[in-house]
Write a protein that binds this ligand. Sequence first.
Ligand code: ZN
Length: 301
Amino acid sequence: MLLGSHVSFTKEGLLGSTKEALKYGANTFMFYTGAPQNTIRKPIDKNYTLEAQKLMKENSIDITKVVCHAPYIVNLANNTDLTKYKFAIDFLKKEVERCKELGIKLIVLHPGSAVSLDRKTAIKNIVYALNNILEDEENICICLETMAGKGTEIGVNMNEIKSLLDGVKNKKCIGVCLDTCHLNDSGVDISNFSNYLDEFDKIIGLDKVKVIHVNDSKNELGSKKDRHENIGFGTIGFDSLINVLYEPRLENIPKILETPHIKDNIDSKKSYPPYKEEIEMILSRKFNPTLIEDVLKNKLN
Ligand SMILES: [Zn+2]
């Protein structure tokens, strides 16, 4: 199984990310090239990148399955402020270049939010932008993430995802990232994931699934909320998530945990990543009811 988590990129760029992933016992990972909530980006450090690629090779991490997540404030769906829309397109072009410098192939992107526009127009804007960004690309794949349906988010059902994919001309450079929390919150019952995949295969094609975000949810089916929970501690539950993780049709797809860090029980400003413990629990296929306590005992940073 290709299993990892969201890791940081701030210390030593891709090298820091690789070291962090190895600490969790992961064999893949996902990073943002800077803070997810802004578009400030430092130039890529070539030496760290080379060292990272070497370390990945030594540890059998396949770099073509490592994932970059574009910042979630970039909105390709709304063009009412043309300066902002153009900035978003330019930013993603630069993000593609950064990924090529790093040797990364998969970029996860939230399709965007319609805001004041109707959904049809929003989809048209996203398609236009993606065609512009991917025009001359070959070795990169932008993976559109399935969304929970918060506010005016686009990409909340299979038909919207299909419309987006249909509009993109450069077919080999476009794919999908399924997020279990978002699917649950948008109304897809994960306890029936096999049925969802059957339908996805019929409408879109399973070959388009390039990344899975594996998260439990704090909210009920169809709540349109998007709040992630630790594996087995939410409304989706451990068994349903294990079925997603061990689904044979998705065997070679990287599975990424974006579950919340655990707050320190004494100093609430401190928190610890739960990924080592969650990965252990997933690989053992046995729910660990003391996961939170174990994370606070181990205090990995
Ligand atoms: Zn996600």
